[in-house]
Design a protein around this ligand. Structure first.
Ligand code: MEV
Length: 292
């Protein structure tokens, strides 16, 4: 059985598409895939079956992975453990798990290239941060077009993760940010520079185990993301509830427009309880260094 985890983007989403560094972390839950030889390639996810030439995005993504790996025909069964479209990297986890199932001996670079081909079908212009986090796990420093670098994590980072809104399309959110960039290039560049300096400072906090400092940077990153119009009422409310229940900082994670919020907290359970009282489901995860 091949596995891959989902991801959290701690800081730098959207800006990473334009070359600003991002910090991301792998999640234990993600996707699991198994492959067996077959006459024709087929991908089965629950009740849905897809093949490379059936015209569906899932089929095309599967076909792109097979082509990139030059893998022989196989039937792949895929089980997904995280909700799609919520910023937790479900698509990247699926891509990496499928690639690993098709070719268990492939190098990590080959798996990343295949997963990137899958992501390009769904997202159009992916930076690669999601697939890098899915393939590496731990906590990574990611710059588009460069190999991810594992970060030293000075103290474990306990997060509460809340599903603050309905799923949103990463492709549409990335496109809306691209339109904003065209409309207001100077303001956009200022935001990118602001995010760049937050990410650089966050790296220092993570390495030094300064969770209080990191929390403040998460809040500031959320402010700049709101300025890019990728936040919404549900996300702002979930961040507010988290802060009021003791979180050191909170922000959306991933593309925004809905989906998940992350809250760094000494006691993630009290944040989760406060969210539950307001109808927000969630779970806890601790970010540590990569084990590979
Ligand atoms: C999506 O998880 C992260 C974005 O920055 C898009 C990307 O990096 O490809 C919004």
């Amino acid at each position: 059985m091949a596995r891959a985890g989902g991801k959290l983007i701690l800081l730098g989403e959207h800006a990473v598409v334009y070359g600003v560094p991002a910090i991301a972390a792998g999640l234990d839950r993600g996707a699991e895939a198994s492959a067996r030889p077959a006459a024709e390639p087929r991908l089965v996810v629950g009740d849905v079956a897809a093949s490379p030439d059936d015209g569906s995005d899932l089929g095309r993504a599967f076909g792109a992975v097979i082509a990139e790996l030059r893998a022989p025909a196989a039937e792949v069964e895929l089980r997904v453990e995280i909700p799609a479209g919520c910023g937790l990297g479900a698509s990247a986890a699926m891509a990496v798990a499928v690639a690993r199932a098709l070719q268990p001996d492939a190098t990590r670079d080959a798996i990343l290239a295949a997963a990137h081909a899958w992501e390009s079908v769904f997202h159009g212009n992916p930076s690669g941060v999601d697939t890098a986090a899915a393939a590496f796990g731990g906590c990574i420093w990611f710059v588009r077009g460069q190999p991810p670098v594992a970060l030293k994590v000075g103290a474990p980072l306990p997060f509460a993760i809340g599903i603050a809104g309905p799923p949103a399309s990463t492709k549409e959110m990335v496109e809306s940010v691209a339109r904003l960039r065209q409309r207001r290039p100077q303001v956009f560049e200022k935001s990118l520079e602001g995010i760049r300096s937050l990410v650089q400072n966050a790296k220092l906090c993570i390495e030094a185990g300064d969770v209080v400092g990191l929390g403040k940077l998460l809040d500031l990153n959320q402010m700049l993301l709101s300025g890019l119009h990728v936040s919404n009422e549900g996300i702002e409310r979930a961040c507010q509830i988290a802060r009021e229940s003791g979180a050191l900082g909170a922000k959306l994670t991933g593309a925004g427009g809905g989906g998940c919020v992350i809250a760094l907290a000494d006691d993630p359970q009290s944040v989760l309880a406060a969210w539950r009282n307001h109808g927000v489901d969630g779970f806890a995860a601790v970010v540590t260094e990569s084990r590979t």
